[in-house]
Write a protein that binds this ligand. Structure first.
Ligand code: MIC
Ligand code: SF4
Length: 750
């Protein structure tokens, strides 16, 4: 499936681009710079980090089912017949975890038949590779089949950077970005700033790649990586397996990083060979010098990076983060005391391993090594223990090699090769809504309500081996490094640190069973969309909102604190409507806390004065043709790439979001859909806005890069205030806003 000749061509071209870029900049290049320069549409540019927008030509696009629907519905409006960049669709998010893989998969095929049929028909029509439900989670399948060192891809999922573990620049985007790139347009992004993460020493004992990224989360916090690439370097990098690097890059999304990246090394070559890509491994090895940073970077990193982080791998201990935020970190040894202090339930209700972050062969080996110890000591999991293999390939391989047997022997339930509980696709019958309970997983995200829709669930994240150890004891305050456990006979013992190979000695059981290649000519394929469907709806182009000044707009809600995409457009049961804009807009902001009502999910209508659910009030405004605004705090839209978090507000009439700051993907998604993302020039001005205020935004006729907008506030008692906002719109993005969306703009161009 790899186009080896294409990769060879890229490698040859890369070397020449690097020579030219070094000359222009008068210095050596980091790895991220090398890959960016080699993909620039205009190879003569010298962009300024954190400032200039650039156009790039990409090697690949990947989409998962929950976001592919909107991406492909938008693509259908471009009038293009075929995608111009190799692309794939992966059915992974819509499978509900309930009783086990076979029955869950059968149920998903039944419940989602219509959506799968649409994705399959669109894939055939437009020339896209289609991975059926059960084939695996997008990032795992991409790593196994498509990612390659030095390449550049985007994916409609925030954890796309997983492919950085194989030395590829892989960026998570909204569906509109994917639509444009598939339509043959360049990918537009701000030239990122660079954070260098210097790794020394080597992991040992209980410490794992997960702890590296949890350390980074603790250091940078959930917004410390915004607009930046995390480039790992130093002698420690080679001590981490390729898939371990994938784990670290995957979760870089949690600090808001644009992507994360490791230099090419033998561990990556080994992984390529184990996944039947020996020829690619060889090719990459012939071009190693273009696939790693120039040597000067390691020698004087402070001259190349905007920020540096030092991590001594030898000193790392297992860490755990949570609840509710992936940067609430501490080492495992500190969790028990903190949980006691905070009054968090110490008993665990579930332990879950796998997901796109942590379901490599090595992860499963190490988890199984703990399970093996348990078996020999006569122990089993004392709480429900779930295993999500990341792909059919992993699933078949660990069944062959015995890890699965060990995990099942201690009571594990194997779920489908899909996202499942990680994205709220978890039919839990053991607790009722609002009941406080603690769960621990090896996933990457733990926002409130994410796993089971229950905001009282406290979700903690750590490595799969630590999750497995905790499953045996069923308590949050068990530290496997220091505490002993006992069996029925009362014998006390301590678990030995996990062990395991990173790659199967007998090779992977490569499974392409779930892959459907597009037909050579798909023009005859019909898009399968039933007009009466409640799951799919063809899109209508949006009407432009921002033509002149925006006058006297009500504020739908004002958010204090966290507002992730899981608050704006929750997943779980709502995943069902990801292809139906009207229906999914019924979830707009239901997870967000509104300071005007002091509760989650409600607002007071400026038209009737009545309190109702946020989507109801928004729809009332829409029906009255009344535009509205949202006031938000820092890092608005943190988390997922789901563009529904921009499209639903847009569909319901949102003209602008004024925030203290934005997460990168969310900000771009708003621009793409024609909503103004504005930032308070003075952060404290956030305080000026009260319920019943009306806001007037002036300066829109002069909207341009770097322009300022003035917002006039009229309070209900007639008094007024004023504040200033800035934005990060480029010239081209202003055109999107004026056209009503990036898609409208593209349609105007043909
Ligand atoms: C997630 O992890 O939040 C998701 C579900 O994979 C999302 C995509 C989505 O909402 O469909 C992401 O990370 O982008
Ligand atoms: Fe799926 Fe979870 Fe990975 Fe998102 S983070 S792709 S929901 S497994």
């Amino acid at each position: 499936m790899m186009d080896l000749a294409g990769v060879r061509e890229l490698y040859e071209l890369q070397a020449a681009c690097h020579i030219a870029a070094r000359k222009r900049l008068g210095r050596s290049l980091t790895l991220a710079e090398k890959i960016f320069f080699a993909h620039l549409s205009d190879p003569h540019q010298s962009p300024v980090r954190g400032k200039d927008y650039v156009n790039l030509r990409l090697d690949r696009v990947a989409m998962q089912d929950a976001t592919a629907q909107m991406a492909l519905l938008q693509f259908a409006l471009t009038g293009r017949e075929q995608v111009e960049v190799p692309s794939t669709v992966h059915c992974d998010h819509l499978i509900q975890a309930r009783s086990g893989c076979d029955s869950d998969l059968a149920a998903a095929n039944n419940v989602n038949a219509e959506v799968y049929a649409f994705l399959k028909s669109a894939s055939a029509k437009y020339g896209i590779g289609f991975w059926k439900p059960g084939a695996g989670i997008i990032h795992q399948v991409v790593l196994e089949n498509y990612a390659f060192p030095g390449g550049f891809m985007i994916g409609t999922d925030s954890h796309t950077p997983n492919a950085g573990g194989l030395g590829m620049v892989a960026i998570g985007v909204g569906g509109a970005d994917a639509m444009e790139v598939m339509a043959g347009l360049p990918f537009n992004i701000r030239w990122p700033r660079l954070i260098g993460v210097h790794l020394t020493g080597a992991l040992s004992g209980w410490a794992s790649p997960k702890d590296v990224i949890l350390k980074v989360c603790e250091t940078l916090t959930v917004r410390g990586g915004t607009g930046c690439i995390l480039e790992y370097f130093g002698p420690g990098t080679t001590s981490i397996s390729c898939t371990g690097k994938g784990t670290i890059c995957n979760m870089g999304a949690e600090v808001g990083a644009t992507t994360s990246l490791f230099p090419f090394d033998d561990r990556m070559a080994d992984y390529l060979r184990a996944t039947d890509r020996g020829d690619l491994a060889e090719l990459a090895q012939q071009h190693t010098s273009t696939l790693v940073a120039d040597p000067q970077v390691g020698a004087a990193p402070q001259e190349f990076f905007d920020q540096l982080i030092e991590i001594d791998l030898s000193a790392l201990e297992p860490m755990v983060v949570g609840p509710h935020s992936p940067d609430r970190a501490r080492s495992m040894s500190g969790l028990g005391a903190e949980a006691q202090r905070e009054g968090w339930p110490l008993e665990l209700n579930a332990a879950l391993i796998g997901s796109c972050t942590n379901s490599s062969y090595e992860d499963m080996e190490r988890a199984a090594s703990i399970a093996q110890q348990a078996i020999s000591l006569g122990l089993r999991a004392t709480v429900p223990f779930y295993i999500t293999p990341g792909s059919d390939t992993i699933d078949c391989t660990i069944r062959r090699d015995g890890q699965m047997e060990a995990l099942e022997a201690i009571g594990g339930t194997v779920l489908a090769n899909a996202c499942g509980p990680c994205i709220g696709q978890w039919r839990r019958d053991d607790i009722s809504d609002g009941e406080a309970n603690s769960i621990i997983s090896s996933y990457n995200r733990n926002f409130s309500g994410r796993n089971d829709g229950n905001h009282a669930t406290l979700s903690f994240l750590t490595s799969p081996e630590v999750v497995t150890a905790l499953a045996l004891v069923g308590r949050l305050d068990f530290d496997p490094l220091r505490d002993s456990l006992s069996n029925e006979a009362g014998d006390e013992f301590r678990l030995a640190p996990p062990t395991g190979d990173d790659l199967p000695t007998a090779g992977f059981e490569t499974s392409l069973a779930g892959y459907v290649a597009p037909p050579p000519d798909g023009s005859a394929a019909e898009l399968a969309v039933d007009p009466a469907s409640e799951r799919l709806q063809l899109l209508e182009p949006f009407v432009p909102l921002v033509e002149s000044d925006l006058e006297a707009l009500p504020v739908l809600l004002k958010i204090e604190g966290k507002c992730t995409t899981d608050h704006i457009s929750p997943a779980g049961p709502w995943l069902r409507y990801r292809g139906h804009l009207d229906k999914i807009s019924g979830n707009a902001y239901i997870g967000a806390s509104n300071t005007f009502t002091n509760e989650r999910g409600t607002a007071i209508s400026a038209l009737t004065g009545e309190q109702a659910s946020l989507p109801e009030v928004a729809r009332e405004y829409r029906n009255a043709n009344q535009g509205w605004i949202v006031i938000a705090d820092v890092n608005y839209g943190e988390g997922s790439s789901r563009e529904h978090a921009a499209m639903s507000p847009r569909f319901l009439g949102c003209c602008a979001i004024i925030a203290r700051s934005f997460a990168r993907i969310a900000e771009t998604n708003l621009k793409k859909q024609g909503v103004l993302p504005l930032v308070f020039e003075e952060s404290m001005d956030w305080k000026l806005i009260h319920a019943d205020d009306r806001l007037t935004i002036t300066g829109l006729t002069k909207l341009g890069p770097g322009s300022r907008l003035t917002v006039g506030v009229t309070h209900s008692d007639g008094t007024t205030d004023e504040f200033v906002c800035h934005h990060s719109l480029s010239e081209q993005q202003v055109e999107w806003i004026r056209a009503g969306s990036a898609l409208n703009y593209l349609r105007q161009q043909v």
